[in-house]
Design a protein around this ligand. Structure first.
Ligand SMILES: [Zn+2]
Length: 242
């Protein structure tokens, strides 16, 4: 990779130049506004310069669009290159061009997010939001059911489970309706932390307040509850703006 520059209309335009095993020449404006050009072995750097100069107007437009959207992009949580937790394990997001989908490369800790335009930060964010929502719907009911089984009917018959994206809380319990709500953001947490939240909310079926009796009951089923709560808040609070 080398940095080259061309002068177009009196303005200097720097770009990154890389030789790859491709036939043609590709130009990409990254979200930070930098320009990346990759070219096949047979293409000379001078030819790349000419190509960049030709595209100068398009590059300027793309940079303006990026600047305009930067306010939106700042609010976006899941970005290319970010490390995101899934069940407590960190994955680095790799945005790439392709058929829309997400693939985990567990060994390498990489979350490949393919989409038609990998530079479209909003599209990337919504792709990952949807993916995490689907994983939450798979994982959370299983952990909840397991937690209910662990309590072996101590809190009565099984109760209804609702999954919802929430701010500022991990779960809630409507004891009278026997309904427990879990925050879908828990999908970022280690399984033992999700189990803690399930047991915490189940305990509310019997003890409405966080008093001594509440903790006496909760620690029967979850002796590490305080440590798990701390771990959960430390790791996953950023995902809900808590
Ligand atoms: Zn509580």
């Amino acid at each position: 990779m080398q940095i080259r520059s061309v002068t177009v209309g009196g303005e200097r335009l720097d770009y990154f130049f890389d030789v790859k095993r491709i036939k043609n020449i590709n130009l990409r404006v990254r979200r930070d506004g930098s320009v990346y050009v990759s070219a096949g072995v047979g293409i000379s750097p001078l030819r790349a310069d000419a190509f960049v100069a030709e595209k100068a107007e398009w590059i300027a437009r793309r940079r303006a669009e990026i600047a305009e959207r930067s306010a939106v992009i700042d609010a976006v949580r899941f970005r290319d290159g970010a490390t995101i937790l899934f069940l407590g394990d960190g994955y680095v997001v790799h945005a790439m061009r392709g058929k829309r989908g997400v693939r985990l490369r567990k060994e390498e800790g990489i979350m490949e997010a393919s989409l038609p335009d990998p530079d479209d930060g909003e599209a990337l964010n919504s792709l990952l939001e949807r993916w995490f929502r689907a994983r939450a719907e798979e994982v959370l009911p299983v952990v909840f059911e397991h937690a209910e089984k662990e309590t072996a009917g101590y809190f009565g018959a099984s109760c209804g489970l609702v999954l919802r994206k929430m701010r500022a809380r991990w779960g809630s319990c409507f004891a009278r309706e026997r309904k427990i709500t879990l925050n879908t953001a828990l999908v970022h947490a280690p399984v033992e932390c999700i189990a803690y939240v399930c047991l915490h909310e189940l305990t509310h079926l019997q003890c409405p307040r966080h008093d001594g009796q509440f903790y006496a009951v909760l620690t029967r089923f979850c002796p590490d509850c305080r440590a798990l709560r701390r771990k959960l808040n430390a790791l996953v609070a950023p995902y809900i703006g808590k």
